[in-house]
Design a protein around this ligand. Structure first.
Ligand code: F6R
Length: 610
């Protein structure tokens, strides 16, 4: 949600920064801008629209060469999408340029205070307030670090900042509070960014800023301070990604690449979390003790991660017999909790930076509850602030629509539920081993679903002009219906809604007519017969059924206008095998409608606002 990049070194800053912005474009893509320091002057160029608008403008009328600068790709919060509201924002006297990710809650008050001191504003953003406030404090304090300390104390809200200072040609400043920021340590160059993906082409040595920290980044050194202005020591880490992880490779879109990476992701988690046909997550004795001591679980998550949580509930209750609730993070933190110390909160997040989910985990901790995070990105805020962490190991997910991260979340929740069930004595060793044999066969079966790519593309051709699609599932595949609908609507803009199949007759059946495509997810499972009945109800009202069913299922095929056959798997693995064709259906519908599935309108990956 807004991407920040800053560079100081020996290379051409403009090209480093624009390449960096392209890597961060998934974080926001409604406008972009760059500021370079040239002979003690800050020069700014910014454009509404995707990053190529900025790049075209720079090609048409180049900026002077520089080896230091900052840049930003925006997801608008305060102020509409236009050149003026795009970042960077210059302070009134041109002493500072600021790019910002986050929201300043008290910006109206600060703006008014600065107006009274003679400042005027050209944009509607909260960020311009930061630039002017810093300048105001600097002109009064005289010392940069003191001005920064004073400024961050006056700002309420969340902010990751990169700042360019007119009077020091070898300095970019990074500031972090509640929004991520990382410094890459290179050879005679250093780089600052919201996400290591922008740093990977330059170096793998990084330092993650924590909340309440400031970095002074120079060509040959980096110094860190706390918000009191006291120098602090920070440890460098080596990134565990390759540059290719953040590249599209031969695929036209990241979404397709990431859908295709799912067998590999499943295999990685099998390698890491299954040994000799046993899940080994609870070999961590602290985690085992934690889970055995709890009598109730509350999962808090957002969007796709919330849907993974719903599958998790089904598995944890069915196999481990532990009562589990699932809540949207954005609701969880705003209600009174009726819990006790035997309640475990599980926060699920791909990015580990979703503001609502971070709020949820902090709210839980404030109430004395322990938090287990199921997170994809190491070093993320959620990973660092939770009491226990299980990583989902899906690698970097760039496409805004989550695909491989979802499958990895569901897989990890499956392993956790089954292992807990075994430890509690609800599954015998033989039963568990049998289930793990199926888990080990899963990556190959998902490959077989991917081979249906062209067939699913043809089905997309039949529905992409429609305005509504309904998704139905029951039991463990009710969340699949919700997730299938979310994927379709967010990338293709076709209105899609997911229902529990059994709820149809209580209202939604009124929507069914011969123009409505209804996707029925009904692999062989305990919900099969009842879902067949719901399908009959749809078909007899003229609904056109697209079914996701088990290979060889003639009964469902006869009721369907289009069928997508998936390989047979036991019920506990059906949510993984059935979501893959729905991801492809959404992808192709988007492409056919001329929408870039990697950057759906109004959205951004990593939602760091509330
Ligand atoms: C949808 C999607 C979002 C995210 C949600 C939570 O495809 O990606 O709904 O799932 O914003 O994000 P994380 O998992 O990063 O907390």
């Amino acid at each position: 949600m807004c991407g920040i990049v800053g560079y100081v070194g020996r290379k051409d800053a403009e090209s480093v920064l624009t390449v960096g912005l392209q890597k961060l474009e998934y974080r926001g893509y409604d406008s972009a801008g760059i500021a370079l320091l040239v002979k003690n002057n800050i020069i700014v160029r910014k454009r509404a629209g995707k990053i190529h608008e900025l790049i075209n403008s720079l090609a048409e009328s180049p900026l002077p060469k520089s080896t230091i600068g900052i840049a930003h790709t925006r997801w608008a919060t305060h102020g509409g999408v236009c050149d003026t509201n795009a970042h960077p924002h210059l302070s009134q006297r041109g002493i500072f340029a600021v790019v910002h990710n986050g929201i300043i809650d008290n910006y109206s008050y600060l703006r008014e205070m600065l107006r009274q001191q003679g400042y005027s504003f050209s944009s509607e953003t909260d960020t311009e307030v930061i630039a002017n406030l810093l300048e105001y404090n600097y002109l009064r304090e005289g010392e940069l670090i003191e001005a920064l300390v004073k400024t961050v104390k006056q700002l309420e809200g969340s902010f990751a900042l990169a700042i360019l200072f007119r009077d020091d040609p070898d300095l970019i400043i990074g500031v972090r509070k509640d929004s991520p920021l990382v410094v890459g340590l290179g050879e005679e160059e250093n780089i600052l960014a919201s996400d290591p993906v922008a740093i990977l082409p330059h170096t793998k040595r990084v330092v993650y800023l924590d909340d309440g920290e400031i970095a002074f980044v120079r060509q040959n050194s980096v110094e860190f301070y706390d918000f009191q202005g006291k120098p602090i020591e920070k440890e460098a880490k080596i990134l565990d990604y390759t540059e290719e992880d953040a590249e599209k490779g031969p695929y036209p879109h990241f979404m397709l690449k990431e859908i295709y990476e799912q067998p590999k992701v499943l295999s990685t988690n099998i390698e890491r979390y299954v040994r000799s046909l046993k899940p080994v997550l609870l070999r961590d004795l602290n985690l085992r003790k934690l889970l055995l001591n709890k009598t109730r679980i509350i999962i808090e998550a957002a969007g796709t991660s919330y849907h993974a949580g719903l599958v998790g509930k089904y598995l944890l209750e069915t196999y481990a017999e532990i009562p589990t609730e699932v809540e949207y993070s954005s609701e969880f933190s705003y209600r009174k909790l009726a819990t006790d110390s035997r309640t475990l909160v599980v926060a699920i997040s791909q990015s580990g930076e979703t503001a609502d989910t971070i709020d949820g985990l902090r709210y839980a901790k404030k109430h004395g509850l322990e938090v287990l995070a199921i997170v994809n990105r190491p070093e993320s805020t959620i990973a660092r602030e939770s009491d226990y962490v299980i990583y989902t190991n899906a690698g970097i997910e760039v496409g805004v629509a989550s695909t491989k991260a979802y499958v990895a979340q569901v897989q990890v929740l499956t392993l956790l539920a089954l292992e807990l069930a075994h430890v509690k004595g609800f599954l015998t060793e033989d039963e568990l081993e049998g289930m793990m044999r199926h888990m080990e066969a899963l990556p190959k079966k998902v490959e077989r679903v991917l081979a249906l790519d062209a067939h699913i593309g043809h089905i997309a051709e039949r529905i992409y002009k429609t305005t509504n699609v309904m998704f139905l599932g029951r039991g463990i595949n009710y969340p699949t219906a919700l997730e299938g609908a979310l994927k379709l609507k967010e990338v293709s803009y076709i209105h899609a809604i997911g229902y529990a199949a059994g709820e149809m007759k209580h209202g939604p059946l009124a929507l069914v007519d011969n123009a409505l495509p209804v996707v029925v997810i009904n692999p062989r499972s305990s919900a099969y017969e009842l879902t067949v009945s719901s399908t009959h109800e749809v078909v007899s009202r003229g609904g056109k059924v697209i079914s996701v069913i088990t290979e060889g299922d003639r009964r469902m095929a006869e009721l369907s206008t289009h069928t997508i056959y998936v390989p047979e798997v036991p019920e506990f693995l059906t949510p993984i095998i059935t979501i893959v064709p729905l991801q492809l259906l959404a992808y192709y519908a988007a492409v056919l409608r001329g929408v870039d599935p990697d950057k759906p309108r109004n959205l951004a990956k990593s939602v760091t606002v509330r």
